[in-house]
Design a binder for this molecule. Structure first.
Ligand SMILES: C[S@@+](CC[C@H](N)C(=O)[O-])C[C@H]1O[C@@H](n2cnc3c(N)ncnc32)[C@H](O)[C@@H]1O
Length: 217
C-alpha cells in the first residue's frame, strides 16, 4: 500500500477533520469522499501548498464542506475533533501540538524523531491506539490515538513503537536489518573509540531485537 493509502485507512470517523500541512489535500479528499466527517479543514503554512488542496477540493469548498486555512499548525482549526499531521518532522509536530490542547483524536506520521512525538503525547496524558512502521519505498511510522485515557511506554516502546515490538511486521524487520547493515558499515570505517562504543551498543540492541523477532516467526 502506498503511504497516503496507509494514512487514510487509519483516519477514524469524526465530526470535524483537520489536515494540518495538507499540501495536495489527498487525505482530506478521501475523508470527505468516504463520508468520514461532516466537514473538514485543509490547512498549510504555505499559501502555494494550500493552493494545491484548494484546487483538488474546489467543489467541497464551494459546498461549504471544506474550509481552507493558511496558518501555522492548529491555528484557526480549534474545533476539529480529529487532526492529521503527516509528512513533517517529529520536532515540528511536537511544536505544533504544544501550542494548543491535544486534539480529541489524532493521526500522526512523523518523518523522523518519532520517539520525541511518542514522549510528548504520553507526557500530556494521551492514549496511543496504534503505533507501527510501514514501508512505501522508504520506512514510515504511523501513530494513531486519543487525547484522553493515558498510557505507559517502556523505553524500548518509545524508541521502536509499541506495535512493532508486540506484533512485528515484515516491514519493521526489514527496517531493523537495514539499520543494522548501516551500523556495521559505519563500524567498518575508521571511527573514534567513543563513537565506536555507541555504534556497537546500538548494533547489539538491533541484533537482539532482530533475533527475538526471528525466533517468533
Ligand atoms: C512534505 S509535506 C506533507 C504533505 C502531506 N501532509 C503528506 O503527508 O503527503 C509538508 C507540508 O507541511 C507544511 N507545513 C510545514 N510546517 C507547517 C506548519 N507549522 N503548519 C502548517 N503546515 C506546515 C508544508 O508547507 C508542506 O505543505
Amino acid at each position: 500500500m502506498d503511504r497516503i493509502s496507509v494514512i487514510c485507512a487509519h483516519i477514524p470517523g469524526c465530526r470535524v477533520f483537520a489536515d494540518i500541512g495538507c499540501d495536495h489535500g489527498y487525505c482530506t479528499a478521501y475523508v470527505l469522499e468516504k463520508g468520514l466527517c461532516e466537514r473538514a479543514y485543509v490547512s498549510d503554512i504555505s499559501a502555494a501548498c494550500l493552493k494545491k488542496a484548494e484546487t483538488l477540493l474546489a467543489a467541497e469548498i464551494a459546498a461549504g464542506r471544506c474550509v481552507p486555512v493558511c496558518a501555522d499548525g492548529l491555528d484557526g482549526v480549534q474545533d476539529a475533533d480529529c487532526v492529521l499531521i503527516a509528512g513533517m518532522g517529529g520536532e515540528e509536530i511536537v511544536r505544533i501540538l504544544s501550542r494548543a490542547p491535544l486534539p480529541e483524536r489524532f493521526v500522526l506520521q512523523p518523518m523522523h524523531n518519532v520517539e520525541k512525538v511518542r514522549r510528548h503525547l504520553l507526557a500530556r496524558g494521551a492514549h496511543i491506539e496504534e503505533d507501527f512502521t510501514f514501508e512505501d519505498g522508504k520506512f514510515y511510522d504511523l501513530i494513531v490515538g486519543r487525547a484522553a485515557g493515558g498510557d505507559a511506554y517502556s523505553d524500548f516502546e518509545y524508541r521502536y513503537g509499541r506495535d512493532n515490538l508486540k506484533s512485528p511486521s515484515a516491514a519493521f524487520l526489514r527496517k531493523l536489518r537495514k539499520e543494522a547493515d548501516v551500523l556495521r558499515e559505519a563500524l567498518a570505517a575508521d571511527v573514534k573509540r567513543e563513537q565506536r562504543e555507541a555504534l556497537l551498543e546500538r548494533l547489539h540492541e538491533s541484533e537482539a531485537i532482530i533475533d527475538a523477532i526471528e525466533e517468533r516467526l
